[in-house]
Design a protein around this ligand. Structure first.
Ligand SMILES: [Fe+2]
Ligand SMILES: [Fe+2]
Length: 228
């Protein structure tokens, strides 16, 4: 797989999603496909869509606080709505997203592949579209979010991206995705965590050691405290 330009902080400021009708139609259609995924079994598509909406809203508002323009924050919102698109890859059996037990190491590894599968699913949705649309900077931004939203600043993530190469947009989505994901109810984990418990785990829990940019995490904690 070709790794993308990782610092998308500049790129995300160069266009306005709201001005491109073809792009909007495409993204709306894919969002609908995500929502309908697994509709006949566990409605897992609705779980994904709700997580994507929450993280998009949080990310948009937090990026504005960090000084990104309203347009860039809006672009982030729409790109992140396809963040977990790889989860609906035809390579998966949808049951893997609704395991009744704690996932085994093998199942965990399989689930992690969704990051790399996002751009594949997006490319197949784009195959009949114009070169102009395929090369739109928003597609590049979306693919970067898909690929890198589970990276860790210590370089121990799937693509070994380190903090110095991430840029703020990727650092932010890694934090926000973990924040929201840690509070989601799962069949094997019946008690939901509160935002306070989750932020505490992210700051000092063993699982997250080396995962986040601590300066950014501090700003995010302040943002959450003021927001609620
Ligand atoms: Fe993900
Ligand atoms: Fe996610």
């Amino acid at each position: 797989m070709i790794l993308l330009e990782t610092n998308i902080d500049g790129l995300i400021e160069t266009y306005d999603f709201a001005e491109d009708k073809n792009l909007q139609d495409l993204f709306q259609l894919i969002s609908k496909t995500i929502k309908n995924y697994d509709a006949d079994a566990h409605q897992y598509g609705e779980v994904i869509a709700a997580h994507l909406k929450r993280t998009s809203e949080l990310g948009r508002d937090f990026l504005k606080k960090l000084g990104f323009s309203d347009t860039a924050a809006g672009n982030f919102y729409h790109a992140n709505l396809l963040q977990d698109l790889g989860k609906i890859s035809p390579k998966y059996d949808s049951g893997i997203w609704n395991l009744p037990h704690r996932p085994t190491e093998e199942e965990r590894a399989e689930k992690r592949l969704h990051a790399g599968r996002g751009p594949e699913v997006l490319d197949s949705a784009l195959q009949d579209d114009s070169e102009e649309l395929k090369n739109h900077p928003h597609i590049q931004v979306t693919k970067a979010i898909q690929l890198y939203h589970h990276e860790r600043i210590d370089g121990s993530g799937q693509f070994a991206l380190t903090g110095d190469k991430m840029g703020d947009v990727i650092k932010v989505i890694c934090i926000i995705d973990a924040y929201d994901g840690d509070m989601i109810h799962r069949p094997h984990q019946p008690c939901k965590r509160t935002p306070e418990e989750t932020l505490e785990r992210m700051k000092s829990g063993k699982k997250y050691q080396g995962a986040f940019d601590l300066e950014m995490l501090k700003k995010f904690c302040e943002f959450i405290e003021k927001r609620d």
